[in-house]
Design a protein around this ligand. Structure first.
Ligand code: ZN
Length: 321
């Protein structure tokens, strides 16, 4: 019942977004690929198996509604004690025609591991995934925390290692800090508290601000629209809000296309300098080239939002709900 009420709010939010952005529809075609990290679940805290099934199913249903073939980057470790459930959830993604990429086994940071340990963790992370894919080879890799090498040499070593494994590193050009909002949202939803709706609205509003910013940054950086890659995480909040996010993207004039197609654009072949922190590729490209964007103005979740996130993760981990 609570969810139904919540979804009504979502529909109203969508209608508002759609009508507000109609004239923004671009003359040039705009393309975007949708990607999910942490398939089958973002692992900051543990949820019951039934919730995992529902979250994944909701995401798959919404992607189907928009006829989107997405790419999901798999972490196998979160369900290492329940391989049957892991296999069943991954099979659902595969059967729906989505691509399953690699996100390491244990969600480790490349900046805190030596190359061989890291590459071994990547290989371990494809065990169940490969049984689901059968003959099909895994092609794509997304580094946890977007840690792609803290030095130019480390970055090059990772690229070489991935190439030997037949994997391509997949950049991100748009992201919306979804995990910050997801933990407090999950707590309030479990409590059946009305403030879940507020968090949901804050999340969608923040997503709009980020999309506005990335569109404006791209317009400064490139003469023509470049195809984007949106990174979302598999979580309760995105299960409930994906419809609104996709509708917003459509109303901004985006057409959804496969990751293969997006990566063919030359912008994705350009080298970038290394960064010690995890950051999206619009920033990397701009900083490595003409530095046209004032990145200090990139919207960030508020300090309160981060504090609420931390508190919610502690509550969820304590199992007191
Ligand atoms: Zn991740």
């Amino acid at each position: 019942m609570f969810i139904i009420k919540l979804l009504n709010v979502s529909i109203i939010a969508c209608l508002n977004l759609a009508s507000a952005s109609v004239d923004v529809k671009a003359q040039h075609p705009k393309y975007i690929s949708i990607t999910f990290d942490d398939v089958p679940i973002h692992g900051e805290f543990t949820l019951p198996a039934q919730s995992l099934k529902e979250i994944n199913q909701q995401l798959l249903d919404t992607l189907k509604k928009y006829e989107i073939k997405a790419t999901g980057f798999v972490n196998e470790s979160h369900l290492k004690n329940n391989p049957e459930l892991l296999q069943s959830l991954l099979s659902d993604w595969h059967k729906h025609g989505h691509t399953l990429g690699n996100h390491t086994f244990s969600h480790i940071s490349y900046h805190q591991a030596d190359l061989n340990t890291y590459l071994a963790d990547i290989q371990k992370g494809a065990t169940i995934t490969q049984t689901v894919l059968g003959e099909q080879k895994q092609k794509f890799f997304r580094p946890p925390y977007l840690h792609a090498g803290a030095t130019d040499n480390a970055q090059q070593m990772l690229d070489n290692g991935l190439e030997k494994l037949g994997l391509t590193l997949v950049p991100v050009t748009m992201e919306n800090a979804d995990y910050v909002f997801d933990a407090p949202y999950t707590v309030q939803l479990k409590n059946k508290h009305v403030s879940a709706v507020n968090i949901y609205k804050q999340y969608l509003a923040f997503t709009e601000r980020r999309l506005d910013f990335y569109e404006s940054a791209s317009a400064k950086m490139f003469e023509q629209p470049v195809p984007h890659i949106l990174m979302l995480h598999v979580n309760q909040l995105n299960a409930d809000s994906l419809d609104s996010i996709l509708m917003s993207l459509q109303s901004r004039g985006y057409q959804f296309q496969s990751l293969e197609k997006t990566l063919q654009h030359p912008v994705y072949s350009q080298p970038t300098q290394a960064f010690k922190f995890g950051i999206h590729w619009l920033f990397r490209w701009d900083k490595s080239n003409e530095n046209k964007v004032n990145w200090a103005t990139e919207p960030e979740p508020s300090a309160d939002a981060f504090a609420e996130h931390q508190q919610a993760v502690t509550t969820l981990k304590s199992g007191k709900l």
